[in-house]
Design a protein around this ligand. Structure first.
Ligand code: GLN
Ligand code: ZN
Length: 762
């Protein structure tokens, strides 16, 4: 009975690790306290998997911050500015790299493939000296062994480690990261020897970069690396684990002929074409780890469907222990344990499986494959699948019809953007270089208290509305005082830009403990979209009209766009993502039109997460961009020319999707820019024609630093060098909700001053 788990969430069922970490960072508890919480979590996870009957249980998938940073520590690849002088890397150096310290900022963080998890990007230059500086992998292996649990130690594979790194400052253009391979492998050899000596019989290398479009040179690095490691690996079973997408056909050939490797792990949930590659030929005598249980979602597995996939694979690999039932990727990307969901009703709960439940599913599949099917468990699963299919809560005929009616036709506003901008300007009468902000204003503890108490029924609706209106009035007055041109209401009624809408739309459910690690101790709690989405009633009109009534200046209505709502939720797996997005788009469209009717002339539809949903494989990107952009256009196709539609996007890497951004056909886009060293502007310099309004952020809101007026003016001038003055807007990078008023006031004062300074020069 062969079962395997790729990796497991570290935070704990109630975010125990988060609280232990934050208390340690605040100096409220000791390193020993933190280590104790961590050890208890590891022990309970191992025990849970062992009790469930999992054969290949992972170790070294725990992390105090991030598994890639752990690999950096193992390799001793500490950037010199952290002043590490050798020896075993301790909390000081480790957390300085992760979070920065009083004198040195943190290392860069970036998204882990197309997930919402962020890893710490290794920074490697030609002079980096790799040494075996963290024995965490072998320590965790021994720790589990002492508890009576035999584990498979997991390491980030050496080639993926290098491909995910960035060249150190100063050598960006010239340095080949892969040239470091021999030095990195020297340390890997020591780690492997250590694990072997401790008694390990299996080892797992996570090489997820294998699902990307790799050129021949990079593929060759895999061949070279494993050939070099083969002698040390001999005597061990070696699993190369891949996840998040299909394996490209060329890569499959390279992968299945690697030296010294005995097992291959594939994501068969996202990688449905990989099954065809396997059917076309799988090396005899090797193990196949079949990732049939989805590590990225919260739905119960279709056990009957998975079992038939497994039977088909058994026909290729052969009966016996060579076919191993596994998860599609680490369970890090799903919620932890359904038992802690006290607020979900039983029907919805029966449709779900979080990490703890997925472990049981993997085991049940392995048993069934070996001829010991737990009939009762399978029966209950079939019943739950059927109930989900037929539940009236899932299907809404009217929504299905409306979404189906969208098919085959395009949705675009009737006039082109320059004509619309002219019509809008007649109504709005804005100065050149208009100033605005992205939406939220600081969220004070007082504000959070009001929302919490209203939710808990401790204050009346009337009291709540009064407090929120007061807050809006303060924000409006402040913006008038600062002389900002297009105002926002500040979003004081919102806890989160997706949750706020999800709570008011049908088809969404919310968890109490469904947290997923985002970075370090930070977690997100994505809503669950389980049914057809509709909007029972207006969601923002009340607040936006109240805000507009407080000022003569234009007040932006503020909505979250369909693609962002989708990308930041756990989504249905019983229909394509595009289908769900179109449904959300129709709901947002109704809201847009209601805002317009209520006299709101400027409406911002945030698509903060449009870029991050971009598929990993180039071959799939055009299709995604096509429906995502279409869904956005659906939201505002029905408004008059005089209604100005804004959108906002976070994350600086848009250059590859600039044509899709233009195709969104918003009247104005505000876009994060100030941390990306003008990457964005270079697109326009290279001649991309842009006719809509655009506000590349003039200062970084992620930092408490107050940008001086001259610095902002300088930035605006740089923008004017590549963009027409009549389309340029002046605004910060993103919402201000995480900042303090003591930072926001002076920063915006300088921003407005800079805009005026340049207006006078034009
Ligand atoms: N309107 C939102 C805000 O200002 C946008 C947030 C975001 O882009 N992440 O908070
Ligand atoms: Zn943003």
């Amino acid at each position: 009975m062969a079962s395997h788990i790729v990796g497991y969430p570290r935070m704990g069922p109630k975010r125990e690790l988060k609280f232990a970490l934050e208390s340690f960072w605040d100096g409220k508890s000791s390193a020993e306290d933190l280590k104790k919480v961590a050890a208890d979590l590891r022990a309970s996870i191992w025990k849970q998997m062992a009790d469930a009957g999992i054969k290949y249980i992972p170790s070294n998938t725990f992390s105090y911050y991030d598994q890639v940073l752990d690999a950096t520590a193992t390799l001793g690849a500490v950037p010199p500015r952290y002043g590490w002088t050798g020896g075993e890397i301790g909390f000081d150096t480790y957390f300085s790299m992760a979070r920065g310290n009083a004198t040195v900022p943190a290392m860069e963080m970036t998204k882990w493939f197309d997930t919402n998890y962020h890893f710490i990007v290794p920074e490697l230059g030609p002079e980096v000296k790799f040494t075996y500086a963290s024995h965490k992998a072998v320590e965790e292996y021994k720790e589990a062994k002492a508890l009576g649990v035999e584990t498979v130690p997991v390491l980030i594979g050496p080639v993926s480690y290098l491909l995910l790194s960035k060249p150190a400052k100063g050598v960006e253009k010239t340095f080949s990261l892969l040239s470091l391979l021999p030095k990195v492998l020297a340390v890997y050899k020591e780690v492997i020897a250590d694990l072997k000596a401790a008694g390990a019989t299996w080892i797992q290398f996570d090489e997820p970069t294998l699902v990307l479009d790799l050129d021949a040179h990079k593929l060759q690095a895999f061949t070279d690396a494993y050939a070099e490691l083969a002698p040390v690996l001999s005597g061990l079973n070696v699993l190369i684990e891949t996840y998040f997408a299909d394996i490209p056909a060329e890569t499959y050939k390279t992968l299945t002929s690697l030296n010294g490797v005995t097992a291959y792990g594939f994501d068969l949930v996202r990688g449905t074409q990989t099954i065809d590659l396997i059917k076309g030929g799988f090396p005899s005598g090797k193990y196949l780890f079949a990732g049939v249980v989805d590590g990225r979602n919260i739905w119960a597995n279709d056990l009957a469907g998975s079992l038939s996939t497994l039977h088909a694979l058994e026909g290729i690999v052969g009966k016996g222990d060579k076919l191993v039932v596994s998860t599609s990727c680490s369970l890090l990307h799903t919620a932890v344990d359904l038992v802690n969901e006290t607020k979900l009703d039983d029907e919805i709960k029966s449709w779900l499986a979080f990490a703890a439940q997925k472990v049981v599913e993997v085991n049940a599949l392995a048993h069934a494959l070996a001829g010991h099917k737990n009939e009762a468990f399978f029966f209950a699963n079939t019943a739950a699948q059927a109930s989900r299919k037929s539940s009236p809560r899932v299907t809404n005929e009217a929504v299905q019809k409306a979404a189906a009616a969208l098919k085959g036709s395009d949705h675009r506003r009737a006039t082109n953007v320059s004509a619309r901008l002219d019509a809008q300007q007649k109504k709005l009468n804005l100065p050149i270089l208009p100033t605005t902000t992205i939406g939220s204003f600081p969220q004070t503890p007082e504000l959070r208290r009001v929302r919490r108490e209203f939710k808990a029924g401790k204050i009346s609706e009337e009291e709540y509305v009064t407090s929120i209106k007061e807050e809006i009035r303060k924000v409006v007055e402040l913006q008038e005082e600062l002389d900002i041109d297009v105002l926002v209401h500040g979003e004081p009624e919102r806890n989160d830009m997706v949750e706020y809408f999800g709570e008011q739309l049908s088809g969404f459910a919310f968890t109490v403990n469904g947290w997923v690690q985002s970075y370090g101790s930070r977690c997100v709690k994505p809503p669950i979209i389980y049914g057809d989405v509709s909007r029972p009633k207006p969601m923002t009109v009340f607040w936006s009209s109240a805000a507009q009534s407080m000022t003569k200046r234009p007040m932006k209505g503020m909505l979250t766009g369909p693609v962002t709502i989708l990308n930041w939720s756990f989504v249905r797996n019983d229909q394509p993502r595009s289908e769900t997005t179109y449904q959300i788009a129709l709901a947002i469209k109704d809201e847009v039109e209601d805002l317009e009717k209520a006299g709101i002339n400027v409406i911002q539809i945030d698509e903060a997460a449009l870029r991050e949903g971009l598929p990993l494989r180039k071959s799939e990107q055009a299709h995604y961009l096509d429906w995502a952009v279409h869904a956005f256009r659906i939201t505002n196709v029905g408004v008059q020319d005089t209604t100005q539609i804004h959108t906002h996007m976070c994350y600086s890497n848009f250059n590859d999707i600039i044509h899709s951004i233009i195709d969104m056909d918003a009247d104005v886009i505000t876009i994060e820019n100030s941390r990306s060293d003008e990457k964005l502007l270079s697109v326009f310099r290279e001649g991309v024609k842009y006719g809509a309004g655009i506000g590349p952020g003039v200062y970084d809101i992620h930092s408490p630093r107050i940008p001086p007026t001259e610095e902002i003016a300088d930035r605006i001038n740089k923008m004017l060098a590549v963009l027409e003055k009549n389309i340029l807007w002046v605004n910060p990078d993103c919402g201000l909700k995480t900042r303090k008023y003591t930072e926001v006031k002076p920063a915006l004062t300088n921003m407005v001053a800079a805009a005026k300074l340049i207006r006078n020069e034009l």
